[in-house]
Design a protein. Structure first.
Length: 60
């Protein structure tokens, strides 16, 4: 009987700020797994300032 060993990996998930690409305001924070999504993420989110859904991109 093979014993299943649980491998606990400490995955660093940095906090990512999402800014609206139209008004450049920071509004959302998210976390992503850098190994799963190495590319820059682009989320369509509702912006309070633009009052519409705008693409939010990550910033540092
Ligand atoms: Zn905006």
């Amino acid at each position: 009987m093979a014993q299943k060993g649980k491998i606990q990996k400490k995955v660093k998930r940095p906090l990512i700020k999402l800014i609206c690409t139209e008004c450049k305001q920071r509004y959302y924070h998210t976390r992503k797994n850098p190994t799963n999504t190495p590319d820059r993420i682009n989320h369509l989110k509702f912006c309070k300032i633009c009052r519409k859904r705008t693409p939010h991109k990550e910033t540092k």
